[in-house]
Design a binder for this molecule. Structure first.
Ligand code: PLP
Length: 470
């Protein structure tokens, strides 16, 4: 029995033709559906108005990283609201913004020069796009012809128009296609289980993708490209897919060859989620610009940001010395205070190490429990960021038809008290080449018992759901 009414079709496909009904005054994502009311969150649990307690095994959308109801974080934000709730960033800064940015810059071991704080991952990506463009105008000699970006298919970089144009999430793009920047082209993502020919070695696969990127540069005119944009571990669009070893080194070599920047989008996979503070620390590659988000503030305040390296910052410093970009609420003091406290807790409690340790148990557990399930195509990820991809036929890797909405239905079934688990659903690609997936991305402070419970509960959920399809 699924206890909520939300129409799975609506989330996956949109609600064209649906009647707008319901008593809410909120412009929800689905106008014709009732939404669950969250009355409290505590530790790893979401407590719903109807009394249900749901274990949040995905931290929302990979956001919650120290669990909920942390008094230290609440106190830090509260104190900052009393001291200085808002700060216009034209002339002023705050101690908390300075400290947070110092922490972020230092966390890169001197690779990055400055950090910039905004309120969402999409804003961070917009800022990254503009910073890259501005760098090429300011650098000497100026290269104003660099107006293009190359990103990857089956990717997601945010929902605002610039960020959406960078991404390859077809469902989120398709209605807005005519509004999107035309100066973005896309190459293949790196997805070993889906797109690597079984006869090829990893080295051959990397060489093939590097060749494709090189050809794309030459096709659009290498002197016109600002940057190549990629998620080190693809989140919402594919379900936690890391690249094969050597891939990003090869991509960076192509960028270097043509003088373009490398932008990593670590909004979902960064700030400890992958088992190192920055996902690029496992790639042997440092980006020129990096976006961060979700686990920066762990959901306590809306906060995201970007980091830029010395090359980019020095280029602009020696030019106009002004980044022509800004938001009313950038560097928001209460958001910085909350994020700083979240990051202190992560450091003090060695939670990134716990992510790596618990991540190993989680991956072994999931693979052992459902790796051989006939509808599970792949279990992949890093740290506490794991995706489970579903197919109707394992031998041929055939995804379920879109209208079955496998991931959405499984996620909703998880909310039944029989399971009491929150997992994050994602649809397969519009071109039918990826199966639906769910993401398991719990808080960084989970314990062995929590991992065992997640594995067993996800196992039951998958077994029970697919049994209903027989
Ligand atoms: N980039 C990536 C990789 C994301 O996963 C997301 C959100 O899921 C974004 C950017 C956009 O972040 P936000 O939803 O905070 O605007």
């Amino acid at each position: 029995m699924v206890l909520i009414k939300l129409d799975p079709q609506a989330e996956m496909k949109g609600t064209d033709g649906a009647q707008a009904v319901g008593s809410s005054a909120v412009l929800h994502r689905h106008l014709s559906e009732d939404f669950l009311v969250l009355s409290k969150s505590e530790g790893n649990y979401l407590i719903l108005e109807d009394g249900r307690r749901v274990f949040d095994a995905s931290g929302g959308a990979a956001v919650s990283c120290i669990g909920y109801r942390n008094k230290r974080v609440a106190d830090a934000a509260y104190r900052q609201i009393l001291d200085a709730p808002y700060c216009s960033t034209v002339f002023y800064t705050t101690k908390v913004q300075e400290e947070l940015c110092r922490f972020l810059v230092d966390s890169t071991g001197g690779q990055m020069a400055r950090a910039y704080i905004v309120n969402s991952g999409s804003e961070a990506m917009e800022a990254a796009i503009k910073l890259a463009r501005q760098y090429f105008i300011e650098v000497k000699p100026s290269q104003p012809q660099r107006t293009r970006f190359i990103s990857r298919r089956q990717s997601y970089h945010g929902i605002t128009l610039g960020a959406l144009a960078m991404g390859g999430h077809m469902y989120r793009r398709e209605k807005f296609e005519p509004l999107l920047m035309k100066n973005v082209s896309q190459v293949s993502p790196c997805n070993e289980s889906r797109f690597k020919a079984p006869t090829k070695t990893n080295e051959e696969y990397v060489a093939e993708l590097a060749q494709e990127l090189d050809e794309e540069f030459r096709k659009v005119g290498p002197e016109t490209v600002c940057a190549f944009v990629a998620e080190p571990i693809v989140g919402a669009a594919q379900g936690c897919v890391p690249s094969v070893p050597g891939y990003f080194k090869a991509m960076k070599a192509v960028c270097d060859k043509y003088g373009a920047l490398l932008i990593f989008d670590e909004v979902m996979c960064g700030m400890g989620r992958s088992g190192t503070l920055h996902a690029w620390q496992q790639e042997g590659v440092v980006p020129d610009i990096q976006t961060i988000g979700k686990a920066l503030g762990g959901g306590y305040q809306p906060i995201a940001g970007l980091l830029a390296n010395h090359k980019v910052i020095d280029g602009i410093a020696k030019g106009s010395s002004v980044f022509v970009h800004g938001h009313t609420y950038q560097g928001h003091p209460a958001c910085c205070a909350a994020a700083l406290e979240v990051q202190r807790i992560i450091q003090e409690e060695s939670l990134v190490a716990n992510v790596a340790n618990m991540g190993r148990l989680l991956s072994q557990g999931l693979k052992g429990r459902i790796g051989n399930h006939p509808n599970v195509a792949d279990i992949r990820g890093r740290g506490l960021f794991w995706g489970i991809e579903f197919v109707s036929d394992k031998k041929s890797s055939t995804p379920f038809p879109e209208e079955v909405h496998v991931a959405m239905v499984i996620s909703k079934l998880g909310l039944d008290p029989k399971y009491g688990i929150n997992v994050y659903p994602g649809a397969g690609s519009a071109d039918g080449r990826l199966g639906d997936h769910i993401i398991i991305s719990p808080a960084f402070n989970i314990r062995k018992e929590d991992v065992e419970w997640i594995v067993e509960t996800v196992g039951r959920l998958v077994d029970d759901y697919f049994a209903t399809l027989q």
